[in-house]
Design a protein around this ligand. Structure first.
Ligand code: N2P
Length: 402
């Protein structure tokens, strides 16, 4: 298995791009997105076209190029797949749906498997960028949970383009010891107030707050907190959300969608909006390293939940291998192994008995009925896509000027 970069055209650059994009401010992002478009044209014009080309193509037939979120697989699963099928996996990680989308829009991403969140899969499919799955090659679909497949089908009619990979929520994670030291041991953390109200942020600044670099997660959560429709199409709602978030931007150390998990674990930050499994991982590592608990909650105002999907881009070059991989991932023992490693719930009903009871009984991962009542599956409407991007870039730019 090779990871992060490979000999495939343009891929080393794209891995670096995926990382650095997430560290840029709003203006830099737009400029870089335009540059990538130009670079893609240059790279594809310079593709080698000599006598060795057909040899290389043959060698590459036994390959599979995967782009997945960071910390989102048990590496042994990739190795086992390679061994069983004699297929070499080239594995890159990403940190944001927006970057994935930009790459697919440019075309020739080189990937055979991608992991968009469900609402993004919907947009990619609508733009003709995904390949319909060949279900005759996916016999393990029978293991999937019908309810969860039906939920995924609300954005992917008849489950045409994707299979749900992991189920997740966007809640709030905090270091119990540090929050008790700041606010007193009887202080109850049950609200997004801590992330959005200046009076709390001012205090929290000393122990460190981070935020996800994800416009849909952050803006829709802000709308929920404000009691507005998280799928609002009203421009004013986004203006109000941005206004409120500028306060948050003044106090957060950074916006990044992976770094916070390590930083919570090491004690470098004490609070962050978080994806369920990443918070659990932080908890596990923090307990091991310092004996401090990282608690993950679904605040009383509600939180987002959803699925990350696995899908095949329309121009994938290794379509058969991609189907083999999807079918492999749907083996109950394989997806259970992944859930045990990454601490996210999966959507495979036959895998549940194989998942560590410590995970299945955690209401922040496998949600109980009470928690589910506060959770919302949100699909940001297409017509506000631009408003969301612009609003989010403004929040980040304002924050970087602090
Ligand atoms: C896992 C990241 C979760 C992906 N580390 C959120 N879409």
């Amino acid at each position: 298995m090779s990871s992060g970069s490979s000999g495939h055209s343009g891929r080393t650059a794209s891995a670096a791009f995926l990382y650095s994009f997430s560290l840029l401010n709003g203006v830099g992002r737009l400029a870089l997105a335009a540059l990538v478009g130009v670079a893609a044209v240059i790279v594809s014009t310079l593709m080698p076209n000599d006598v060795f080309a057909s040899e290389q193509v043959k060698k590459d037939e036994n390959s599979l190029y995967i782009l997945n979120w960071s910390d989102y697989i048990d590496p042994s699963v990739l190795k086992d797949f390679e061994k069983e099928y004699n297929i070499k996996i080239h594995y890159d990680v990403m940190y944001s749906n927006e970057v994935l989308e930009a790459k697919l829009m440019v075309g020739k991403s080189g990937y055979d498997i991608i992991a968009p969140s469900a609402h993004v899969l919907k947009r990619l499919a609508e733009n003709g960028l995904l390949l319909p799955l060949d279900k005759s090659k996916l016999k393990n679909l029978s293991h999937m949970d019908e309810d969860k497949m039906a939920k995924a089908a609300t954005v992917d009619k008849d489950n045409t383009y994707g299979i749900p990979y992991m189920e997740l929520s966007t809640g709030l994670a905090y270091n119990k010891t540090k929050i008790a030291a700041l606010f007193g041991k009887d202080f109850k953390v049950d609200s997004w107030d801590l992330l959005f109200k200046e009076e709390y942020l001012k205090k929290l600044q000393s122990c460190g707050v981070a935020a996800l670099d994800s416009p849909s997660d952050m803006l829709c959560t802000a709308l929920l907190y404000m009691g507005r429709d998280p799928e609002s199409t009203n421009k004013q709602d986004y203006t109000d959300a941005a206004h409120m978030m500028h306060a948050m931007g003044k106090y957060v150390r950074y916006f990044h969608s992976a770094q916070y998990s390590n930083d919570l674990a090491s004690g470098d930050i004490c609070l962050a909006p978080a994806w369920a499994g990443d918070a659990q991982l932080a908890n596990q590592r923090s307990l091991e390293a310092k004996g401090e608990e990282i608690v993950y909650i679904i605040p009383k105002e509600g939180a987002l939940m959803g699925y990350d999907m696995l899908a095949i881009p329309k121009d994938a070059e290794h379509v058969d291998n991609a189907h083999l991989f999807l079918d492999y991932i749907m083996r109950p023992e394989v997806i259970a192994k992944i859930s045990n490693y990454v601490r996210y719930a999966n959507a495979n009903k036959d895998a549940t008995p194989l998942v560590d009871p410590e995970i299945t009984s955690n209401p922040g991962i496998y949600y109980d009925k009470e928690t589910l009542k506060r959770m919302h599956i949100v699909v940001p409407p297409t017509e506000v896509e631009r408003i969301m991007t612009r609003t989010w870039n403004n929040v980040i730019s304002a924050s970087s000027e602090k």
